[in-house]
Unconditional design. Structure first.
Length: 294
């Protein structure tokens, strides 16, 4: 292809994001939602979520345990809960499917349904259209964005994905964000600052030194973004939003009665790229980052 760009690719390079409506079918979306229901039905509550009768020292170890639970989730399927949904014994105060914030970070590798979607021929074809030569999948997440009863679901503050998934050079990480239900302004669709992917990053989340109380720390700071620069991107069920690793985006809290389920995964162009050793997420011997192309 003599270097010519399709209009949509040009748009992606201009804006740092691209909306592709109806990329996945309703059936594909429902198969992911049904599979997640099965996974939740079999879920065990992690021990660090049961904090009853613990001494101060045990609480510190538990916090450490929860940070290990996060840091070592890159090659597993793990559950992350909203605050205040469990009592000290780890029993649910609300229905368990409404208590989970997200499931991560290796659904793409270990679950047959999500693996099939991630490596589907249309995703691979899109990768080729984008000019990706050696794309690898670094992580995946199922995000619920529910409106829990009486609990305040937090908004996702403005951020750049490269803050969390840093590469040298920058510009090698790409998010695939799939709406499994209509994402509306009311239930927390994404908002972007068009063109904000061209000036690098100002903040990084890095692994903290061993023995520190937190597992990760932030270096640098997020600038104050002008709210008026953000535009909302509502999208219907089955739609895909491509997200450049450095574009600034956010989502507001879900003020509706409906959930906003999403499956998202991140891809890195591995050709001539180094993955930061300081990233919280690291490939493991059990799960080196798998190639997107099969």
């Amino acid at each position: 292809s003599g270097g010519e760009q399709s209009p949509c690719l040009f748009q992606f390079r201009e804006d740092g994001f691209l909306v592709l409506e109806h990329f996945f079918t309703v059936e594909e979306c429902d198969s992911m939602r049904n599979q997640i229901q099965r996974i939740i039905a079999e879920m065990e509550v992690p021990p660090h979520c049961r904090t009853e009768f613990s001494t101060k020292e045990e609480e510190q170890l538990q916090a450490q345990g929860s940070s290990d639970y996060f840091l070592t989730s890159g090659d597993k399927i793990r559950f992350f809960f909203e605050k205040g949904v469990l009592d000290e014994r780890g029993n649910f105060l609300i229905p368990k499917e409404k208590s989970i914030s997200k499931i991560g970070h290796a659904l793409h590798a270990y679950d047959p349904v999500f693996k099939q979607i991630t490596h589907s021929s249309k995703v691979q074809e899109l990768g080729r259209k984008l000019g990706l030569e050696r794309p690898v999948v670094v992580q995946s997440m199922y995000i619920f964005k529910v409106q829990p009863q009486g609990l305040s679901f937090v908004a996702v503050t403005p951020h750049q994905d490269a803050t969390f998934l840093h590469t040298e050079p920058l510009g090698r990480v790409l998010g695939f964000w799939i709406a499994l239900e209509d994402a509306t302004r009311e239930n927390g669709c994404l908002w972007f600052i068009p063109g904000s992917h061209t000036s690098g990053i100002t903040r990084r989340m890095v692994r903290a030194a061993p023995g520190t109380s937190t597992c990760v720390e932030f270096v640098g700071s997020e600038p104050a973004y002008d709210d008026s620069q953000f535009i909302p991107l509502p999208i219907s069920k089955g739609g895909l939003i491509l997200i450049h690793g450095e574009v600034v985006h956010k989502s507001e809290l879900n003020s509706s009665d409906s959930s906003r389920h999403v499956f998202t995964f991140h891809v890195m162009e591995a050709k001539d790229t180094s993955w930061s050793k300081e990233n919280w997420l690291q490939p493991t011997p059990e799960l080196p980052f798998p190639s997107l192309y099969t």
